[in-house]
Write a protein that binds this ligand. Structure first.
Ligand SMILES: [Zn+2]
Length: 458
């Protein structure tokens, strides 16, 4: 479903690159190389392609001009001074579990914290996103800063924060609890130092970014009749230099083979759903590389399998969850076709091998769809972020990934994903860690970018 729409989005994006500049042409090649190394692991080194994008001096001078204003200087200093407060907030929020589809408790506390930091108005929408408004002096446009509330960890996971050798260990502490805290620091800094912006700012804690959440929080924000958002900055990256300006698309399926089931001895000869699933996985693993070994990076993975009642029963169902990705919609469709053919062939093979009983059936349900696309690297948002990084001596590295930004990017709304600061690793693993190594720098860079996009009121 919606494949056509995705394709047209991508071709629109591709067209926007055509006839621009030589730099943009080089970029297109560079995008391919960054696709080849993009991971979900936010701390993976991104391909350094930024040197191929020309930084427009006008954006650089905007940033320098903003940075030189006394109130902004005070806010940037404040962002550094509140590191201890941020650390306490990080520990508190991390220890409030936020499993997929169960973000309410953390959301409620985050809403309070946004209020304490000085938001003009805080509310929760129908799906559980926490939204805080800081009013601009003019309010012609609205810039949203977004970090996700949910973690990948199931209910019951121990989320106690432990410190070992200066590193803080806890599931979800970096991804993306630190992103939530960074937003608090940005709001706190401008509020405490009286920095006013012309445009409105929305600070948002989104639900459902991870896994089967399928970006449901941000999809809801961009629904018909949703809040007006003109520019979107997600805070969900590891390395400070990493500037995500494009979205990796994904298709996700739950596949279920079904049959009558029966006794492993007494009913032997029935078609066996697990055997069909085994065939399906073999075919996908064998045929998938015909797509994934060529062209821009694409991927496929069987993430979870299950079903069956006991060791001595032929199961009545067998299921798996499959994730396929690419930054190029055509690649995504190609691996999708291989996957669907494999499911059909597996069904036929297993049914042909049965000695008696009814044929198995297979349900292939799409459980996720993330659109792909690219933000304009010559637009003000990407350029301001690059200039902000450079103003602190950091060489930006442009990358593509799969984040909340996918949704606005696919709608043609300028969107990037920026660093949450500090150092970390083992995201999505129980031994995830985060360390406050100059984490304030990400706050400063994010703050400058936000002020450039919202225009500081004089
Ligand atoms: Zn994340």
């Amino acid at each position: 479903m919606n494949k056509k729409k995705d394709q047209s989005v991508f071709s629109t994006m591709t067209k926007s690159f055509m006839g621009v500049s030589l730099a943009a042409m080089v970029m297109t090649g560079a995008v391919t190389s960054s696709l080849a190394t993009a991971h979900d692991d936010d701390f993976a080194p991104a391909a350094a392609v930024a040197q191929d994008v020309v930084l427009n001096p006008q954006y650089q001078s905007n940033i320098e001009q903003i940075k030189s204003q006394p109130k902004v200087q005070a806010a940037l200093q404040y962002a550094q001074d509140i590191s201890d407060k941020s650390l306490a907030q990080l520990i508190e929020l991390t220890e409030i579990p936020a499993p997929p589809f169960k973000e309410e408790k953390r959301a409620a506390r985050y809403a309070e914290m946004l209020k304490e930091a000085g938001a003009d108005k805080v509310w929760m929408d129908e799906v559980g996103n926490v939204i805080a408004l800081r009013e601009g002096t003019v309010g012609a446009e609205t810039v949203a800063m977004v970090a996700h509330l949910d973690t990948v960890f199931p209910e019951g996971t121990d989320v106690t924060v432990r410190e070992v050798d200066g590193k803080l260990y806890a599931p979800g502490i970096g991804d993306d609890t630190r992103g939530l805290v960074m937003q608090l620091a940005v709001l706190d800094a401008i509020e405490s130092q009286g920095v006013e912006t012309e445009d409105h700012v929305l600070f948002i804690g989104s639900v459902g970014e991870e896994g089967l959440g399928d970006l449901r929080g941000v999809k809801h924000l961009f629904r018909e009749g949703g809040p007006k958002i003109d520019t979107f900055i997600a805070v969900d990256g590891g390395d400070l230099s990493r500037l995500v300006y494009g979205g990796i698309g994904s298709y996700r399926y739950r596949v279920t083979f079904k049959g009558p089931g029966g006794h492993s001895w007494g009913a032997f000869g029935l078609a066996n759903p697990h055997h069909a699933l085994g065939r399906a996985m073999r075919l996908l693993a064998e045929n998938g590389p015909s797509v994934t070994s060529v062209g821009p990076k694409s991927s496929f993975s069987v993430g979870r399998i299950g079903g069956g009642t006991s060791i001595n029963s032929i199961p009545f169902e067998s299921w798996m969850e499959v994730d396929m990705r690419s930054g190029a919609p055509a690649r995504l469709d190609a691996i999708d076709a291989v996957f669907k053919a494999a499911m059909q062939q597996a069904l036929e093979e297993e049914n042909a091998a049965r000695q008696h009983g009814p044929a198995l059936t297979v349900d292939v349900d799409q459980v996720g769809l993330r659109p792909a696309g690219l933000s304009d690297p010559n637009g003000s948002l990407v350029q301001h972020m690059m200039a902000a990084l450079k103003s602190y001596g950091v060489e930006p590295s442009l990358a593509v990934s799969s984040t909340d930004s996918n949704v606005p990017i696919s709608l043609g709304i300028p969107a990037i994903t920026i660093s949450r600061g500090g150092k970390g690793g083992r995201g999505h693993a129980p031994d995830e860690w985060w360390q406050d190594v100059d984490a304030y720098k990400a706050v400063q860079v994010g703050l400058l970018t936000l002020l450039a996009e919202t225009k500081v009121a004089q």
